[in-house]
Design a protein around this ligand. Structure first.
Ligand SMILES: Cc1cc2nc3c(=O)[nH]c(=O)nc-3n(C[C@H](O)[C@H](O)[C@H](O)COP(=O)(O)OP(=O)(O)OC[C@H]3O[C@@H](n4cnc5c(N)ncnc54)[C@H](O)[C@@H]3O)c2cc1C
Length: 404
């Protein structure tokens, strides 16, 4: 009998397993993948707040040593003007990194195991085991093996957006929004990026940054409504969007070489009830939003910390587990709701409404407020703080507010 079984061993699952194992709990961590392996449909920029958690867990040095350059600047090129700067640091961490998932997830899995979690890879969970209306284990199998049942005091679904655990417990969804946009991206050699680059167009936007092995990840987000036509000619639409909206980046690509195939698609937006009798959800299994602000990994780390604290206080007997998990949901949502709405608004990729245009013009030449604006992405400035009447007054020099 384990204390916890964690289904899914990437950003959310390995982080949760690591934190629980470190507290002395007996943890089984399973994944249908083997590691190191890439997660094909995900870019992988980690903002300062996420990097600060890697530092706290003792893993930042490993990311930094993986031939992945630190990124300190955001560079948003609106064609007629550029906003560039660095967000306020998170717990003293002023750099971001964008390690490939085959690098990051392997570091997390190894750390979970080094802290005492038991790992089974190539292991698919097919169903949950129930006793008296409570989840008490999993049934799964290793590739080519026969069915195995394992039991635990809590089963944690960290198994991503198509979560088997969420489906099995019929986790209720709320605040759902249809897919708004989705990127197509690839990796280029011989291309230098200026930080976290973003080149907004109309119902599309080019973006990119440096990752491991001197490769640049370069993508274009397309509005969901345009995906059927984009799919008909991915490379043509991708190159045309970059040539029209980001000529300087297009020039850099002409001198570079595309090293990998294009990957892409659209992404839904939802919250799921993240706990119930004998189960919990963490990471994308419990909460997913559009990737245009690149927050999923940072959020998965944050949720893993909140969930591990709640489970520790419940299983450790300091408070009833259900009450601790209720707090987990409340804290997760409190942190996530404002950024969720901000992200979903950006993800329409619509031309900025007049109020947002005024805000962007007011930021030009105001480096401190530009850095604070970038802090929204790094999660070092909160959406309510930035858009508060006091901050808008300071920015515009008069009493007015910008709605998001
Ligand atoms: C196009 C795109 C771009 C993105 N870009 C960024 C970005 O730049 N920065 C960022 O922070 N986030 C980004 N994200 C979001 C980020 O990828 C996710 O938030 C993050 O991967 C969530 O981690 P997770 O551990 O919850 O789930 P996942 O990373 O999806 O891992 C789930 C794991 O569960 C395993 N699994 C699933 N079902 C089972 C089962 N039944 N049995 C056993 N194992 C199972 C899978 O094999 C997988 O390894 C992007 C997402 C998309 C779609």
């Amino acid at each position: 009998m384990y204390d916890a079984i964690v289904v899914g061993a990437r950003c959310a699952g390995s982080a949760t397993a690591l934190l629980l194992a470190r507290e002395g709990y007996r943890v089984l961590l399973v994944d249908r993948s083997a590691f190191p392996s890439d997660l094909p449909f995900s870019t992988h920029y980690i903002h300062q707040s996420g990097i600060a958690r890697l530092k706290r867990w003792g893993l930042l040095d490993k990311v930094a040593a993986s031939n992945c350059p630190p990124i300190t600047k955001l560079y948003f090129d609106f064609g007629t003007f550029v906003l560039t700067g660095s967000p306020p640091p998170a717990d003293g961490v002023d750099v971001a990194y964008a390690p490939r998932r085959k690098v990051l997830d392997a570091i997390l899995v190894e750390a979970a195991v080094a802290n005492g979690a038991e790992l089974r890879t190539d292991f698919s969970v097919n169903e949950l085991i129930w006793e008296d209306g409570r989840v008490c284990g999993i049934c799964g199998r290793e590739k080519g093996g026969s069915a195995v049942v394992e039991k635990a005091r809590i089963v944690i679904g960290a198994d991503g957006m198509h979560s088997t655990v969420a489906r099995a417990v019929r986790a209720a969804e709320y605040n759902t929004k249809e897919p708004l946009e989705g990127p197509y991206f690839s990796y280029w050699s011989g291309v230098e990026m200026k930080g976290f680059e973003f080149h907004p167009g109309v119902y599309r936007g080019a973006f990119g940054w440096m990752t491991n092995d001197d490769l640049a990840l370069v993508g274009v987000g397309f509005a969901a409504k345009d995906h059927p036509s984009v799919r008909a000619d991915i490379e043509g639409n991708y190159l045309r969007a970059i040539a029209e909206d980001a000529p300087d980046l297009a020039e850099r690509l002409r001198n570079g070489h595309r090293e990998e195939r294009f990957v892409g698609g659209v992404v839904p937006n939802y919250f799921r009830k993240p706990f119930g009798p004998g189960w919990a959800l963490v990471g994308d299994a419990g909460y997913l939003k559009d990737p245009c602000t690149a927050e999923g990994i940072t959020d998965a780390f944050h949720s893993a910390e909140l969930l591990a604290q709640a489970i520790d206080s419940g299983l450790g007997g300091r408070r009833p587990l259900d009450a601790a998990l209720e707090d987990y949901e409340r804290q997760r949502n409190q942190a996530a709701f404002p950024l969720y709405e901000f992200t979903c608004q950006l993800a329409t990729l619509a031309p900025p409404p007049p109020e947002m245009q005024q805000l962007l013009s007011a930021l030009t030449g105001n480096q401190e407020q530009t850095n604070r604006f970038f802090g929204l992405f790094a999660q070092t400035v909160s959406v309510p703080d930035f858009f508060s009447p006091e901050n808008m007054q300071e920015l515009f020099g008069q009493n007015r507010a910008v709605g998001v």
